[in-house]
Design a binder for this molecule. Structure first.
Ligand SMILES: *Cc1c(COP(=O)(O)O)cnc(C)c1O
Length: 444
């Protein structure tokens, strides 16, 4: 395992032409965790710093605004005490929207009048669960929207639960819930006994009260960052047998795999891991955000989706990077995102066109940019709800003025001279009622 203190030795060994100082400064502000699979098998050191895997795993100097980078490097050079460095790092983090739109407090469900921490229930059919032991990752992605939770200061605020019984009871009482999604961090960092502690109560078919639960999903980067979890790790067999138990209970086990770049899928261990997981009867789906410096080319997505289909992974979502952390370094304007998506999509076989994107996980719902057109003389975005707080919005299409610089829903205004988007009056009512997103802004 490599952290920021290993940067000098790693660069000396693999990239002697790179000055480690600005990278150390970046890694003081942004969390860094790189394992030997990533450092030794995925990063192409001949091509650093441009290499996409290097960009994805190592905090980059340009993630800091120039003056912040200089302040940080100056502080390191003058050897100020560790506490001073940490304080400076925290000041810089606070300027970078570390907790976008009340992620921690929004959409928290209640059972018998009591709030259930570690759960989110925003869309009628799907509950999210954040298991306590799964709130970190095998390696950290530099663009992660939960980055602040992995810094020492953010970790105290981690939103999580270790209450498997509460999860079970909530689902049992809410018959509209068809689907539970384990997320994090990464649930697949958990030892198998913890994972089983959460899953086994949900699949016990000894009572009728969970008969409406059709699908268990696990959101994970482990197939890219640590595929040995399913191949050579001591517990690999137990993990696969647990997956088999879920499938045998008559439910779908859907593995939502985070793949950012085709190189992750080209590794033989990842391909073997996918094969092992699919043999249990589980389904594997692929999803990732579109990120400048990592995967902002149509060719990268076309190759990735082609390879996914060949390996039996179902292409699912291309997301838009959220407005947090170093988004100035990572984000891709919506118009360009749509172009990248469509150029790749148009070259796929129909079997890969299960993918949707680019999709913004915004506060009203998941909003797709499904078209850029000129309608009677006005350049517009066509937007579509794929998920929504109000289920009656799902599938509806609406229009925003084309703006080549817009990177998020909150940057957009309605087309055709309309005052607001069709959903806004109802949206304001919904956020007022639950007391969340107090500003009613269409951010996250
Ligand atoms: C994305 C997301 C889901 C799952 O949406 P699907 O379209 O079913 O994959 C559920 N809850 C929240 C809060 C989400 O952001």
């Amino acid at each position: 395992m490599f952290t920021k203190s290993n940067i000098p030795e790693l660069f000396k060994q693999y990239a002697p032409h790179l000055d480690p100082a600005p990278y150390l400064a970046a890694a003081h502000v942004f969390p860094m965790r790189v394992n030997n699979h990533v450092a030794e098998s995925l990063v192409d050191w001949k091509n650093v710093p441009e290499d996409p895997m290097f960009q994805l795993a190592f905090p980059q100097p340009a993630m800091l605004h120039r003056p912040d980078l200089e302040r940080m490097m100056h502080a390191s050079r003058t050897g100020i005490p560790k506490a001073g460095l940490q304080q400076l790092a925290e000041e810089i983090r606070m300027e970078m929207n570390p907790h976008p739109a009340n992620q921690k407090t929004e959409n928290v469900p209640k059972l018998n009048g009591e709030e259930l921490p570690g759960m989110q229930h925003k869309y009628r059919e799907t509950v999210l669960f954040f298991p306590s032991e799964g709130q970190f990752c095998h390696a950290f992605c530099t663009y992660c929207f939960r980055w602040a939770q992995f810094t020492s200061v953010g970790s105290a605020q981690t939103f999580k639960s270790s209450n498997a019984g509460q999860l079970r009871n909530y689902i049992a009482k809410n018959r509209q819930v068809r689907d539970v999604l384990f997320t994090g961090g990464d649930p697949m960092v958990m030892p198998v006994r913890h994972l089983a502690g959460y899953l086994d109560p949900l699949i016990a078919n000894d009572t009728e009260d969970l008969a409406h639960l059709d699908t268990i999903r696990i959101g994970s980067k482990s197939l890219a960052w640590w595929p040995y979890k399913y191949t050579t790790d001591g517990e690999a067999g137990d993990v696969l047998r647990l997956f088999e138990r879920v499938v045998r209970s008559g439910r779908q086990l859907a593995f939502q795999a985070h793949f950012s770049h085709p190189r992750e899928l080209e590794h033989p261990a990842a391909q073997e891991a996918i094969r092992q997981i699919r043999m249990t009867g589980a389904q594997v789906r692929g999803q990732a955000p579109l990120i400048r410096h990592v995967n902002d080319k149509p060719e990268v997505w076309r190759r990735m989706w082609d390879l996914q289909v060949k390996l039996g992974v179902v292409p699912y979502y291309m997301f838009v990077e959220r407005d947090t952390g170093a988004s100035h370094y990572w984000n891709v304007p919506l118009g360009r995102a749509h172009d990248i998506f469509n150029t790749a999509y148009s070259q796929l076989s129909g079997t890969a066109r299960t993918v949707r994107g680019p999709s913004m996980s915004a506060s009203p719902g998941k909003v797709g940019v499904v078209g850029v057109e000129n309608i009677r003389g006005e350049d517009v975005f066509l937007l579509k709800f794929w998920q929504a707080r109000d289920p009656s919005w799902i599938g509806r299409v609406f229009f925003a003025k084309y703006d080549p610089e817009a990177t998020w829903l909150s940057d957009l205004v309605p087309a055709f001279g309309e005052k607001e988007f069709f959903f806004e009056p109802r949206y304001r009512e919904l956020v007022k009622r639950t007391g969340e997103g107090s500003s009613g802004q269409l951010s996250d």
